[in-house]
Design a protein around this ligand. Sequence first.
Ligand code: GLN
Length: 225
Amino acid sequence: MIAEMKKRQPIGILALQGSFLEHALAVEKTGAQAVLVRLPKDLEGVKGLIIPGGESTTISKLLDAYNLTDIIRNLALRGFPLYGTCAGMILLSKKIENSNADLSRVNSLSLIDITIRRNAFGRQLESFEEELDMPVIGKRPFHAIFIRAPLILQVGSSVRILASLKDNSQHNLQGKQIVAVEQGAILVTAFHPELTDDLRIHRYFLEKVKKYARQKNDLIVNSFI
Ligand code: GLN
């Protein structure tokens, strides 16, 4: 008897700029199906969307140019799961510190109630790696890679903090250094799990997708594209 093939969960990866191929590989390794999203029609059937790291100013301009900004916003407001890494986190945040004074302004999707600072770790420390405690994915620390990373400065009351840098970190910044949070179906990390072989954060997002997946999602997607 031929065993029935298990249907793979289709997960969209925004593929306009940045580390989308690395995310696609990670998603495929979990057993889900990676779908590269460049146009509104590519969202058809996907159950969640990953917005990769890269250059947030460029990605925000391309989102507008490809008519994706309003669609993604409207989907998320109805519970569609999103995961933003680094530049993706910047694009999802409600408030970007000093963004009015910033020439490379990001037109944010404004979906998660956090205030962030772009390039928070300065020029000298543009990139670093740290073992992070992130209890929602298990006891073993996660090897987190930060590349010109943003930092979460403030979170709203509906936001759950998932990981912060250790107090004794060398980054010389004031206050709690929050680097991963979630709000309902939206997950963001300041670092790049797609650049490691550790799939636990992608799996965590896929669990979220399952949890929030409703028949309704397909109808919602179809009504926007
Ligand atoms: N510093 C970049 C920005 O502001 C983000 C860097 C990254 O995604 N690795 O868009």
